[in-house]
Design a protein around this ligand. Structure first.
Ligand code: AMP
Length: 318
């Protein structure tokens, strides 16, 4: 009788224990798989973070380091150019998918029209303010704009190929006469006074909105329209805010990790009423944001037009 019970017990318990063993083995396999997946995910996350840090360091050097600015300037790639690219790259993806990717890819401007700032008085005043800020807190050293790149941006644009760069070069050369007509042989003075900022992340010297301000606005408009006629969009004139940047947070990404997300206005409050001097408009440059800078430290220029006379520059500096 006992023997029968043992046999029945074995018949019932044995398959159950075998099933349990399989189950345990299967669970172990799954845990191992999950662990591997987790490790892979972490590795990918680390890689992505490193890539992001690398590219943001590089982009910090650019005048338009912030993609949001594209939106602010309302820069869109023209419909004609978008269609051209769509043809080239459409494969298995839907148009929507590809558009989304392209929007991300092409938002960042890569060229700008620059007024180089060369007046030694402006350079000296900016150097003084930069030095004082650094003396206050040397963590800001990297956030300072080198004097060799001091410029005023008139407009930014995105040029997608050598062909478009060449179009932009011919545009800037063609508008030279129209710009000279606006100037009527008179010097155009850009007076700099006081300090302003964009979202406490970019600090600049303000250009005084005096008589010549309107002429500069007109010149920018002429350039913008000439670009647009050739299918190159170059922002919007609504927010014409000529400024001379001397410090920006994006140049010093480490500050963020040190808890500095904004520039404290106290850093420059003593200069709010300072006169920085005048720049005379002489040259307009088509500059690359990405190409290697010139040996003198200034941006790589694809073209430069001279619209003002150099002769009386020193008399005009105040
Ligand atoms: P720039 O002086 O043109 O080299 O510009 C320096 C930085 O200021 C850019 O990287 C932009 O992030 C920012 N910026 C330029 N213009 C504007 C604007 N009108 N509004 C907000 N931010 C701007």
């Amino acid at each position: 009788m006992i023997f029968c019970y043992v046999i029945i017990g074995l018949i019932v318990i044995l398959p159950f224990s075998i099933l349990c063993c399989f189950d345990i083995l299967e669970n172990e396999k799954l845990t191992k798989k999950n662990k591997k997946k987790k490790m892979l995910k972490n590795q990918m996350r680390e890689d992505a973070a490193q890539t992001e840090e690398h590219s943001s360091n590089y982009l910090a050097e650019l005048p338009f380091a912030n993609i949001e600015i594209m939106k602010e300037f309302d820069i869109k790639i023209s419909e004609r150019r978008q269609k051209k690219k769509r043809k080239r790259t459409l494969g298995d993806e839907t148009e929507d998918d590809s558009d989304k990717k392209k929007k991300k890819k092409h938002l960042r401007p890569n060229y700008f029209i620059s007024v180089p700032i060369t007046n030694p008085k402006i350079h000296a005043s900016i150097k003084a303010i930069q030095t004082l800020i650094i003396e206050e807190d040397d963590r800001y050293t990297k956030a300072m704009i080198p004097l060799s790149t001091l410029h005023m941006t008139l407009l930014v644009t995105y040029l997608s190929s050598e062909e478009e760069v060449n179009i932009a070069i011919s545009v800037i050369k063609e508008v030279k006469e129209s710009i000279q007509r606006i100037l009527q042989g008179e010097p155009l003075l850009l007076p700099f006074h006081g300090i302003g900022h964009f979202r406490n992340e970019v600090v600049f010297v303000k250009m005084v909105e005096a008589e010549d301000f309107l002429k500069l606005k007109k010149i920018t408009e002429v350039l913008r329209r000439a670009f647009e006629e050739k299918g190159i969009l170059a922002g919007d004139s609504k927010d014409f805010k000529p400024h001379l940047t001397f410090m920006k947070l994006s140049r010093a990404p480490k500050l963020r990790s040190q808890g500095i997300k904004k520039l404290d206005p106290k850093l420059y409050k003593n200069f709010e009423n300072q006169n920085f001097g005048n720049e005379k408009l002489v040259n307009l440059d088509l500059c690359s944001m990405l190409k290697k800078k010139q040996p003198n430290g200034y941006y790589h220029c694809e073209a430069s037009i001279t619209v003002g006379k150099l002769d009386c520059v020193h008399k005009l500096y105040t």
